[in-house]
Design a protein around this ligand. Sequence first.
Ligand code: SF4
Ligand code: SF4
Ligand code: SF4
Length: 373
Amino acid sequence: MKSKGNITINGRSFPFREGQTILDVAQANSLDIPTLCYLKRATSNGGCGVCVVEVAGGEKGVQMLRACETPADVWMNVRTESPTVIKARKEAIQNMLDTGNHNCAVCGTSDAAWTDFQLGAQKSDETTDLCPVWGDCRLQDLAFKYQVQGQNIPSDKEYPKDLANPFFVRDYSRCIKCGRCEAACNEVQVNLAIDWNRNDKDASYPLANEFCVYCGECVQACPVGALVEKDVHYSLRPWEVDKKVRTTCSYCGVGCQLELHVRDNKIVKVEGVDAAPNYGSLCVKGRFGYHFVGHPDRITSPLIKENGKFREASWDEALDLAAKRFSEIREKHGGDVMGVLTSARISNEENYLAQKFARAVLKTNNVDHCARL
Ligand code: SF4
Ligand code: SF4
Ligand code: SF4
């Protein structure tokens, strides 16, 4: 897209292209404008107000505008951290903290320092009193950065937790109605499983309907503790993860990029990586189907059947036996009595090798693939 001119942000001039918002230009030039409801690859709704900036230079004088939904323009002189911006941002954060059960940020006493409260809360994280995403929450990060305290904790009874879902827990008491789950489901995954009018202030909390395929895109998008994977709900704190390992999903040939969260050499959680080909999205298998890796019933060595019973064997022994039997069949009956059925669940390279094995080793052109079914 062609350049439309330059915009001034914090006293520096930056070129922008047609269609770019103030936030786009800032992000492209590594300038930090905090966001919360903004979700990449979805329509901005500007609902949370955290990305507010001060814009001077137009006919209307100085305006407070939301960077995520305001198109960049040449007349704009933008300030991203002025005192007025900080004040507006603090109010936005305060409003969100006050709408729900955000007990990580409630100080509760007039003389205790906010940071002291946080340190005290960290010590008591063994209890379920503290939010399950303490330490891994965008709202908490912002409250800490801008030193904003929550004032209000509604009772749990008012917002009973929804535990019916097999993969994640929905806790309405912590929902800030940012709309990211709805955008993630309806615009990014296009599953259309969340009915919610984000522009209706009186609308109830976003709910998944019968079209939900449990892909977990909404959980990954939720910036707070309103949607949490069941497997880690009160059983894993972010600092207990020993390492994160990037890998490729083994379920199909799409090659989605994953990050495995590992504790004590066990996979405890999976997240999508924001890179090609999936850009953070995963299906239900890639995101939640990892328990087989450490399952005690998993077969981890070759088995050879003898006298109707399986016995464990080494790979060399098993491969030698298979090669011997295939050779015997080929020599006795010819290669065309055999066929090779490959899979969309393996890579292109493995499919290539499978057909090569069929034609060059087994001497048959009987090759097919499950994707043709
Ligand atoms: S959702 Fe975030 S802000 Fe709310 S209590 Fe949990 S950690 Fe704190
Ligand atoms: S799990 Fe997937 S399909 Fe279900 S509501 Fe969330 S994003 Fe939509
Ligand atoms: S469930 Fe999470 S992502 Fe959805 S509106 Fe509430 S806070 Fe936002």
